[in-house]
Write a protein that binds this ligand. Sequence first.
Ligand SMILES: [Zn+2]
Length: 286
Amino acid sequence: MTDLDADRPPPKPLVPGVASALSPMVRRVLAPNPGVMTGPGTNTYLVGIDEVAVIDPGIDDAGHLDAIVGCGGDRIRWILCTHTHPDHSPGAAELKKRTGAEVLAFDSRDGLEVDTPIADGFRIEATEFRLRAVHTPGHASNHLCYLLEEERLLFSGDHIMQGSTVVIAPPDGDMAAYLDSLARIRELRLRSIAPGHGHLIDAPTQVIDEYVSHRLEREQQVLDAVGAGDRTAAEIVSRLYVDLIDELVPRAKQSVHAHLRKLAADGLVDGADIDDPEAAWSLKSG
Ligand SMILES: [Zn+2]
């Protein structure tokens, strides 16, 4: 804990079904889907008072949707998804049914049907706020963050999380793209980040720098492991991830595979088939 933390009030508790105000313009409702990958569950955010944008409706759960509608009511005009993974977008269809709001995301995928596909730079101009989409591939190729311009607050989905690690699962997940997207976000001069999982992040630049250095450190370890004779992602996982719970082993393998693909793109390692998670790798000779 730093001196800075000591002056701050403790973060508002994450309790499912209870809307909590994070700023004059932003409220959060936690979905009841806690887990190893989701931490306390998925955060659904409501932006605006007179006109409301819902960011990540989360799972299709009646109680959760009741809480969202109870908070935003018939003022909900837009339903935005950061990406189409099962803990973020399945609630969109039912929420649209209940509110008539427009569903917006990068594309229709994984069961999500968008009314309007949107891309980097797309803006919602509401009476009280402006929200801008920022394309941030890496965790998912269709991942968008949303910047609340008035507050320099970024809704980061699974690009940046609080309290759990972002999974990069190839081939849709891409480590090189992920690092590029982190660099882009760093340039936005953010005041804070509202992640898809966990509490508000008050020191965005510091957290982004930690993310980048963590990944680069891991990348070096993966390269060293190949240099030491490890051939497969599985072998590298057993070398690098000590005491990993069984449930997380497949995720660790995906992450190592993502690093190997980036190292191959950087010309440092060779693999027979870079998209094969079981492939054998070696240091690039010459
Ligand atoms: Zn998620």
